[in-house]
Each structure stands twice: as structure tokens, then as C-alpha cells.
Design a binder for this molecule. Sequence first.
Ligand SMILES: [Zn+2]
Length: 145
Amino acid sequence: MDIEVESFQLDHTKVEAPYVRKAGRIETPKGDIIQKYDLRLRQPNEDAISTAPMHTLEHLLAGYMREKIDNIVDISPMGCRTGFYLIVVGEPTVEKVENTLTDSLTQILETEEVPATTAKECGNYRDHSLFGAKEYASDVLKKFK
Ligand SMILES: [Zn+2]
């Protein structure tokens, strides 16, 4: 593969989760800025989020993060299940993204219902765990400095 993938260059043995990191910046031909951030919740190669809580975190972060940051294109799970990618039009600071993430995780602790969990709205609606999502949210919040 000749294309350089930024996240493949990151030394995953050197990072210390949880953290937020700016992982990419593109300026479109018309001058818009699109940025990508890693929202790393678990320590790579030591831990990973189980699929049901991961899926529930995805559904909840999709709403809670968008309430606080404008022009979010996507928040999607990392395939390694140690965190999420955030893609946004604009240039929110890492601090702003981190505060938004911790505020959203705090909201998850109080959440009583997962949005969009019907067969019509979701591609695997049976695979959710709000209990598990809260367990991870609580643990990540304790570890964020
Ligand atoms: Zn879903």
C-alpha cells in the first residue's frame, strides 16, 4: 500500500489511554477544514470494549457529542474497539473535544434509554448494553486526568 495512513504510523505501545488526539486535518479545495480526532478510551493491546457496550456508546455519543460540537460528520468505533473516531467540519480544540467527551460520558451515566434501537433504525439492534456502556463510561471518567 503506497498511501500513508496516519493511524498506522502511531506507536500504539507508547500511548496512554484515555486521551483525545488530533489525528488528521484536511483543507478542501473550497477552504473548509475537516478534522479527525482519536477518542481513545481503552489502553491499546491491553483492553478493548465489548461489542454490545461499544455499540451503545456509539448510539449515545452520536447524540450527546452533536449537542455540544457543531458540524460533526461522524463518530464511529475503532475496529480494535479501544475507542472512537470523531470527524468534524471545523477546528475545535483538543481541549474542547476532550471536555465534550467527558461531559457526554457523564450524561451516559444518567441515561435510561438507548436511542434508535429498533430493527428499522439500527443494523444490529439486539446487540446493545446500556449497563455495560455505563460501566465503561464510569471507568474512563475515573482515568481521565
Ligand atoms: Zn446501531
